[in-house]
Design a protein around this ligand. Structure first.
Ligand SMILES: Cc1ncc(C[n+]2csc(CCOP(=O)(O)OP(=O)(O)O)c2C)c(N)n1
Ligand SMILES: [Mg+2]
Length: 369
């Protein structure tokens, strides 16, 4: 009889946690290990996905050197997170809205934000925060977790407008400890809004390892408390990330509500280019262990075995990326130096509060000389 059973809350946690297995389709050797879950992607799409990952790796390398040359400002490296970022974006549609964190510049570029604008964002120029009409992206969020609440709001708006679109947001393992994280998933769950919430678990919040952030076995399981489907996926496997995102999108637009997706990945580089030294909190052994799981390496093996990829193709993508990056940085250089008045006007639409009005007048006066 149920009433005679001893209540064991710890056993309940363990039971729930035991159900969270890492979802994988393509293993480290580039072999399909889960044929039944293989997403429907044409050869052209598979090649395009690889192209975007290779391009993004080059963009990361170039952004790091441009930062070192003093030609870029704020930059958060992305290498190691390509499957998590690019393959998730690949499952979205143009009309979907993206609410990125500071490390999620690749997704908004592939959604249509011109590269030159991304570079201006890095330089703190207001023009970098103005996406062209029809490019449904918000500016990268610096406040950890804040984009989760905003995504819940955007998703509710999409639902009310009966739009065939979803709101997609990304935070990190650290971000999933924020209050905003829980508020966002709970609200979207309660409203059955079309949202997809990503936790990119790159295993560090700056220098704080995942192991001390939460005693939970996974971060995905946090979604269970909000009553929303939650997935723990190999974030170094582009096919698995694509598949779970595609499924989440289908559920969302069908009115079935949000999904929480934890992508287990790794950031190869420093936290940002502002002086972080990962050798102080990570060992080379751990780095190597994760580099061996590299999403580009395993996807390359998979595509080469199918005769869809070779060195020449990869070289061509690398060259194109370098060329386009060079052009974009030149274009960013042409942007006029920003004025304080522009900064104020860009921050506030409509009526300014009186104190800012006074400041604006002072600056307009100074700038007119
Ligand atoms: C509300 C808030 N608290 C603290 C910070 C300082 N901060 C910047 S990045 C970061 C760590 C975030 O780690 P994680 O969410 O794992 O994302 P990752 O950088 O690994 O992509 C912190 C604490 C911040 N930006 N916002
Ligand atoms: Mg992290």
């Amino acid at each position: 009889m149920a009433e005679n059973k001893k209540f064991d809350p710890q056993a309940l946690v363990e039971e729930i946690e035991s159900k969270f297995e890492l979802f994988q389709i393509l293993n480290e050797e580039g072999e399909i290990v889960n044929e039944a879950e293989m997403p429907e992607l044409s050869n052209e799409e598979l090649v395009e996905l690889m192209t975007r990952m290779v391009y993004t790796r080059v963009l990361d390398q170039r952004s790091i050197s441009l930062n070192r040359q003093g030609r870029l400002g704020f930059y958060a490296p992305t290498a190691g997170q390509e499957a998590s970022q690019i393959a998730s974006h690949f499952a979205l549609e143009k009309q979907d809205w993206i609410l990125p964190g500071y490390r999620d510049v690749p997704q908004i570029i592939w959604h249509g934000l011109p590269l030159a604008k991304a570079f201006l964002f890095s330089r703190g120029h207001f023009a970098g925060n103005q996406a062209p009409e029809g490019v449904n992206v918000l500016s990268p969020q610096i406040i950890i977790g804040a984009q989760y609440i905003q995504a819940a709001g955007v998703a509710l708006g999409l639902k009310k407008r009966k739009a065939d679109a979803v709101a997609v947001t990304y935070t990190g393992d650290g971000g999933s400890s924020q209050g905003d994280f829980y508020e966002g998933i709970t609200f979207a769950g309660a409203q059955k809004s079309p949202a997809i919430f990503f936790i990119q678990n790159n295993q560090f919040a700056i220098s704080t390892p995942r192991s001390v952030q939460s005693v939970g076995k996974t971060l995905a399981q946090k979604g269970i408390a909000a009553g929303i489907p939650s997935v723990y996926v190999d974030g170094m496997d582009p096919l698995a990330v694509y598949k779970v995102t595609k499924d989440a999108r289908e559920r969302a637009v069908a009115g079935e509500g949000p999904t929480l997706i934890e992508t287990l990945c790794y950031r190869y580089g420093p936290h940002t280019m502002a002086g972080d030294d990962p050798t102080r909190y990570r060992t080379t052994d751990t780095d190597n262990e994760w580099v061996a799981k590299d999403p580009l390496v395993r996807f390359r093996k998979f595509l080469e075995a199918k005769g869809l990829w070779d060195e020449a193709k990869e070289e061509a993508v690398i060259e194109r990326a370098k060329e386009e990056i060079k052009e974009a940085i030149k274009e960013a250089d042409k942007a006029p130096k920003q004025k304080v008045s522009e900064l104020i006007n860009n921050m506030h639409r409509g009526d300014l509060p009186y104190n800012l009005k006074e400041q604006l007048e002072i600056y307009l006066e100074k700038e007119s000389k």
